[in-house]
Design a protein around this ligand. Sequence first.
Ligand code: HEC
Length: 105
Amino acid sequence: MKAMSLILVVLFSLFSVAQATAQDISAGETIYQANCRNCHGPTAKGMASFPKLTGNSADYIVDLLEKYRAGETVGPNTPLMAPLAKDLSDEDIANLAAYITTTFN
Ligand code: HEC
């Protein structure tokens, strides 16, 4: 019985470590709901000149966010989007892409 609990404890710690290094979807959600939904909408479907973010791969979203962050011009409305990407870390970008693709696609 004691061995069993020990195994469970070990498994549980391994699981926590794996979780901490994987993309953090809830961290992505926090950023999205605070900083992105006003333009891209509550379910990332977009509106008016704000593009939908659904239907894309995580790699595509990461790539574009890195371009906006780097100050590259992506589309005609880049000046509206670029300031929002400016302060994102690599981790924020990975978390946002994970959140958007797992929740809305
Ligand atoms: C002020 C409104 C606004 C906010 C807030 C905003 N965006 Fe955008 N976003 C835009 C606009 C406008 C574009 C299109 C820009 C262009 O023409 O290059 C865009 C483009 C994008 C694209 C590329 C979509 C595509 O397929 O071309 C991604 C990805 C994106 N935004 C993610 C985000 C994320 C993540 C956040 C929150 C950190 C965010 N946006 C916040 C307005 C906004």
